[in-house]
Design a protein around this ligand. Structure first.
Ligand SMILES: [Ca+2]
Ligand SMILES: [Ca+2]
Ligand SMILES: [Ca+2]
Ligand SMILES: [Ca+2]
Length: 336
């Protein structure tokens, strides 16, 4: 009986602790990434989606940006932007951006729709050879794997292969990431029909390599949960983030993503959510970006062992052809 009481007590304490954690308290206010002299990193591309990883292997995290050439085209690509400074004092300039190349040509991504097409990248070392590889969604047709050909650290070339074909090709198929099944390994989140459903492609880690169990989208696990599409879950960029440290114990999934503002559907905001007993609910809106159409990923941008949120958005009204990149630096150690 004493043991049972102790268990009940500890479960209540855990729930209390989780309820007390406000996701917004875990992050610094957003700051724009800049050059050493303080000039903001303006990408000159539309619908930019940033991710941070050390692609050139010098120990300092760089930027990987999937984007479109402009809002009047559905053509896009991936740009690598080296950090010429340090993790603590980054130095990013668009003038150093390198448009990612395949073995024989520039990578040109056809993302289907001018208004909602995006290029969402996730960097990982697929084959464990110490050279960064990339998985990205072109939003409409396929999700691809780009395998680094290991020939040049600063200007790498890649070999492209299809990771999986989309099931249907008539609406934006967004993407997300993070560790959704609490096994400590990064997963790929396929978000068909603008977040209408979530499909989990689980990551597998063997040594230094990270690949995915599934090779077709049909094999990915459908995450079924109730909750109105816009009110209770992210419509894009859903990124698992165990912010309370108790997600596994409480059998819930915590995640961050982009949703329409509950007060103003025309504005998109960054918010934290929790999936519990098959229901997704909004926990807290943590930021209302001025930038338009924000796209985010979550990773450790400054390499301090604390998970950060990196996002970008269009700069001016009706002018999304330039995006700016911001980071909300995390205050707590990675929990996953
Ligand atoms: Ca680097
Ligand atoms: Ca590799
Ligand atoms: Ca996982
Ligand atoms: Ca960090």
């Amino acid at each position: 009986m004493i043991l049972r009481l102790a268990t009940i007590l500890s479960i209540s304490l855990i729930s209390l602790a989780a309820a007390e954690v406000k996701p917004s308290s875990l992050f610094e206010a957003p700051v724009a990434l800049t050059s050493k002299s303080g000039d903001a990193l303006i990408t000159g591309k539309a619908q930019g989606c940033p991710y941070a990883a050390d692609y050139n292997g010098d120990g300092v995290n760089d930027l990987i940006l999937g984007a479109k050439d402009g809002m009047d085209t559905a053509k896009g690509g991936i740009w690598l932007i080296p950090n010429k400074g340090t993790n603590a004092a980054p130095d990013f300039s668009w003038s150093n951006a390198y448009k990612l190349k395949l073995e024989s040509a520039n990578l040109s991504v056809s993302c289907g729709c001018k208004s909602s097409g995006q290029v969402q990248p996730l960097a990982l070392d697929w084959n464990g050879d110490g050279w960064l590889d990339i998985v990205y969604s072109d939003t409409y047709r396929r999700t691809y794997l780009l395998v680094n050909q290991a020939t040049n650290r600063d200007q790498p070339t890649f070999k492209q292969q299809t990771f999986f074909e989309m099931e249907k090709k008539n609406h934006g198929m967004y993407a997300g990431g993070g560790d959704w099944n609490n096994d400590g390994v990064l997963d790929f989140m396929h978000m068909p029909f603008a977040g209408g459903s979530y499909k989990l492609c689980s990551g597998i880690k063997e040594g230094n390599s990270l690949s995915f169990k599934q090779t077709t989208v049909k094999q990915c696990q459908v995450l079924k949960f109730s909750g109105d599409r816009d009110k209770n879950k992210a419509r894009k960029c859903a990124w698992a983030w165990n912010y309370s440290g108790t997600a596994k114990t409480r059998n819930v999934t915590e995640y961050v993503g982009v949703m329409r503002s509950p007060e103003n559907p025309k504005q998109e905001v960054i918010a934290f959510f929790e999936i519990k007993d098959g229901h997704s609910q909004l926990i807290e809106v943590i930021h209302k970006p001025q930038a338009l159409s924000p796209l985010l990923t979550s990773c450790d941008v400054n390499g301090d062992g604390k998970m950060d949120i990196i996002f970008s958005g269009g700069l001016w009204k009706n002018q999304k052809d330039m995006t700016q990149v911001y980071v909300m630096y995390g205050k707590v150690k990675n929990i996953n």
